[in-house]
Design a protein around this ligand. Structure first.
Ligand SMILES: [Cu+2]
Length: 320
């Protein structure tokens, strides 16, 4: 578990690993340069004070041919070296990682919406295709091509442990890619201001071993089983009449993709784009009053009776 960190000074995958040493190099060079400037400035100020006690600075004539110009020449020559190294290194790093991989091991489609992430895994047929939300599962050791589709406004896809940022622009498909060395959960965040709930538009990349990933994929391809208990059955009826307007559950009549696909809602650890842990209490709180949790989110408060809320949550809990 890597935790909810936007730490970009370490990496967990091939792509980020290419950028991190360059980040450290520029960071250290910048710190050293700031110190050198501070020390020279401090020395310079002391020298002038000593030499010119009681003399106004405007009275000191600038001497031509003095050693002042040498400082500038040397300063320029020395700073050109790290700048040149940074330039060449940046070009080399970009050459390695900027383009999409020529032979990606897997391709997924990610569509950021105002305030959540739709993730689609395309198979050869519709029965092999499914979509989920805010949790992107990938197998470790695989270069995964991410096709970013702009849906409404500009968003930006960023998983600091795995990759740099790529914008999703309406009417356009941008390409990014991610790869993870080891299993874990890697925090991601929208990094382009997209409206009221931009800050609560997070997601997670879950890297599984290839075996776990295939098991997960097989489970996601299943349609939802018919609910067994009376409460859950009432919940499904209510869901098809009230929530199907915006949500899909494969295996029922609910088929709208305006909001997240809920077929395997309970397989996700977080809901509402990372705003809440997926517990029964949080789920009930969200369904009843999403506007209290994410004011401005595009799911209106549902204003349910106690019975309706109970039934619909009982139904949601069957969506393993
Ligand atoms: Cu955003």
């Amino acid at each position: 578990m890597t935790g909810r960190t936007l730490d970009y000074l370490t990496s967990s995958g091939e792509r980020a690993a290419t950028i991190v040493p360059l980040t450290w190099f520029t960071l250290i060079v910048s710190i050293v340069v700031c110190w050198i400037i501070a020390v020279l400035l401090w020395g310079g100020l002391r020298r002038t004070r000593r030499h010119a006690a009681g003399v106004q600075s405007r009275d000191i004539a600038v001497r031509r041919g003095g050693d002042g110009l040498n400082w500038i020449k040397w300063g320029l020559a020395i700073s050109a070296v790290p700048l040149l190294i940074t330039l060449v290194w940046t070009m080399a790093a970009l050459g390695h990682i900027a383009g999409p991989p020529r032979r990606p091991g897997m391709t997924i489609d990610v569509t950021p919406h105002q305030y959540w992430w739709e993730v689609t895994y395309n198979g050869p047929t519709a029965a092999n295709t499914f979509s989920t939300a805010n949790e992107i599962h990938i197998p470790t050791g695989t270069r995964v091509l991410v096709r970013l589709h702009g849906a409404d406004v500009i968003h930006s896809f960023w998983v600091p442990q795995l990759s740099g940022k790529t914008d999703a622009i309406p009417g356009q498909t941008n390409l990014s890619w991610i790869a993870a060395d080891r299993p874990g959960r890697y925090f991601g965040q929208c990094t382009e201001f997209c409206g009221l709930e931009h800050a609560k538009m997070a997601f997670e990349v879950v890297a599984d071993t290839p075996g776990d990933f295939n098991a997960w994929r097989r489970a996601q391809l299943q349609t939802a089983p018919p609910p067994a208990t009376a409460a859950a059955q009432r919940g499904l009826q209510f869901f098809e009449y009230r929530c199907a307007l915006c949500h899909a559950v494969r295996g029922t009549t609910a088929a709208s993709h305006y909001g997240p696909d809920l077929t395997h809602l309970m397989s996700r650890q977080l809901i509402a784009s990372g705003a809440l842990a997926n517990t029964r209490g949080n789920l009930a709180g969200w369904v009843d009053g999403p506007q209290k949790i994410k004011p401005g989110a595009l799911m209106p408060d549902q204003k349910l009776t106690g019975q309706q809320l109970n039934d619909v949550v009982a139904y949601l809990e069957t969506l393993q």
